[in-house]
Design a protein around this ligand. Structure first.
Ligand SMILES: Nc1ncnc2c1ncn2[C@@H]1O[C@H](COP(=O)(O)OP(=O)(O)O)[C@@H](O)[C@H]1O
Ligand SMILES: O=P(O)(O)O[C@H]1O[C@H](CO)[C@@H](O[C@H]2O[C@H](CO)[C@@H](O)[C@H](O)[C@H]2O)[C@H](O)[C@H]1O
Length: 474
């Protein structure tokens, strides 16, 4: 490995103190900062590794810091901090600030991922399977990484941060990090072992042992070149007044391929009365918490609760369900279509708001299906004017595609499907209220429909190929 990467130091004591005022201001503004709405009251250092010497022209620190948000315990974040005398204009958007005192006094610190050199350092460490301080850069021995791939930071709105290398690989660096097995690495590795072609197989990853706990900090995967995500494609078709049912059906097939591979390779369990009680109790609890957080939900709470009660009633009659590992946060933005027309599923991290333990629990596959059904509805209701007929055709085609591969049509289980969709719509209301208040009306409109409907099961599966049913403009 290169000379520059080989120098590792633990943090000097004053490092975090000198960065503290700058990070307090900068961190809460980041899209991936999970603790929005509560001020950061301080930082504690979990780990510091100097990847490029800070007394050189360009320094680079890898930090894991806990952002205290008293009185609640704060989250831990992975930061890559570049250090320079001054920032060239092209790096202006990456500025964190000018350090006043401490070991970096007089220097400028910035978000290093915007800068090609620090990004190259990470890829080089993965390529050479470096061990730097507590950071373990590991690679699938059967996959090669060519040296010298040119990095560029992905600028899309993300929960984490990604760098594309030469259109060959994409490295996702997790931002809010928690100890334990991370499904974003665990599930794609399991699917790769199973030979599932719908998920890019991890090439390399960054792990760390921090304060005695194991962490996954990043995953490098093949980059699907020229791909568009399902959300962009759906909006494009909607804007043209075009049907998306053919793609929705292909997405249903891809989802079923992933589910069947996961069920083959990882344990499945039967959910009986007790587990179902726990599951519905969780749904009701999330509803209660959501109505506290978002008062606009309150009028709909009784209608939404009755959906969960219908599920509890089925369980009480002795109905059981099979649960397995699932994607956990499936929506159109997590699906990539290659120029050759193949669909890939990405981002197996699960819902960021849930604990790692919850995200790794086996779930009914209808959880993911509900996520995608919601996503068609999201696209249709973010269009102007809303296009519920378009969403209906996509939802039907998606279920049909799923049934073709798995042998199970999701619509034959309407009570659980409706409960999962309702739970997801409630999650989305909270997510939007916290991250994108302008979008709140989209899941709220679904909540209104789900609460006002009397819970009658959806109509039987419609034909696979229906003509474009986008509602004409009123
Ligand atoms: N293997 C890949 N090939 C091409 N683009 C990808 C790949 N993985 C992710 N992306 C792009 O990067 C974006 C962010 O990836 P994602 O895993 O969803 O991150 P996050 O967890 O931060 O939301 C995706 O929306 C997609 O556009
Ligand atoms: O992709 P992430 O893991 O960051 O997921 C989070 O953000 C998503 C938005 O970017 C959010 O998805 C919601 O909005 C989508 C449109 O932007 C829509 O397609 C999804 O159906 C809807 O849930 C997701 O919920 C959140 O976890």
């Amino acid at each position: 490995m290169s000379e520059s990467v080989s120098r590792t130091l633990t943090s000097s004591p004053g490092l975090l103190a000198s960065l503290d005022p700058l990070l307090r201001e900068w961190l809460p503004r980041q899209r991936w900062f999970a603790g929005k709405g509560r001020p950061v009251t301080g930082f504690s250092l979990v780990s510091a590794v100097e990847l490029l010497p800070s007394d050189s022209r360009l320094g680079l620190y890898h930090l894991v810091v806990r952002a205290e948000q008293s009185p609640v315990p704060g989250d831990c974040y992975q930061l890559l901090i570049g250090v320079r005398e001054a920032l060239p204009p092209r790096l202006a958007p990456a500025l964190i600030g000018h350090v006043e005192e401490g070991p970096l006094a007089g220097r400028t610190v910035y978000e290093a991922l915007y800068d090609p050199r620090p990004a190259e350092v990470l890829l080089e460490a993965l390529r050479t399977q470096a061990r730097i301080g507590g950071l373990l850069f590991e690679r699938d021995p059967d996959q090669e990484i060519r040296p010298g791939l040119v990095p560029r930071m992905v600028t899309a709105e993300q929960s984490n941060s990604s760098i594309v290398y030469g259109d060959t690989f994409i490295l996702k660096l997790l931002r809010r990090v928690v100890p334990g097995v991370n499904p974003d690495l665990e599930l794609p590795l399991a699917l790769a072992r199973e030979g599932c072609p719908r998920v890019p197989p991890p090439t390399a990853w960054i792990r760390a042992e921090l304060a005695g706990d194991p962490y996954v900090l990043g995953v490098l995967q093949p980059f699907v070149q020229g791909a568009s995500d399902g959300w962009e494609l759906a909006l494009r078709e909607l804007a043209k007044g075009e049907d998306f049912a053919v793609e929705a059906r292909a997405l249903g097939r891809a989802t079923a391929e992933v589910h069947t591979a996961l069920a083959r390779t990882l344990p499945t369990v039967t959910l009986g009365h007790t587990q179902l009680e726990l599951m519905t109790a969780g749904m009701v609890e999330r509803l209660e918490a959501a109505t506290q957080a978002v008062p606009a939900l309150r009028p709909y709470a009784p209608g939404l609760r009755s959906t969960f009660e219908a599920l509890a009633a089925l369980a009480a009659e002795g109905r059981t369900w099979t649960a397995q590992r699932v994607h956990g946060d499936l929506h159109l933005g997590q699906c990539l279509r290659s120029p050759a027309g193949q669909w890939w599923l990405i981002d197996f991290e699960g819902e960021p708001a849930k604990s790692l333990t919850e995200r790794r629990l086996p779930q009914p596959p209808l959880r993911d299906i509900a996520g995608m059904l919601r996503s068609f509805d999201y696209a249709a209701h973010s269009a102007d004017p809303p296009a519920p007929g378009w969403a209906g055709a996509c939802r039907a085609a998606y279920c049909s595609g799923y049934a073709e591969v798995s042998g199970v049509d999701p619509r034959t289980d309407p009570v659980l499907l409706r409960a999962c969709e309702t739970d997801k719509a409630i999650y989305e209301v909270v997510y939007e209220a916290r991250h994108r208040p302008d979008w709140l009306s989209v899941p709220l409109s679904a909540v209104r429909r789900l609460a006002e409907d009397d819970g009658a099961p959806p109509s039987p599966p419609p034909p696979l190929t229906s003509p474009s049913s986008r509602r004409p403009h009123p």
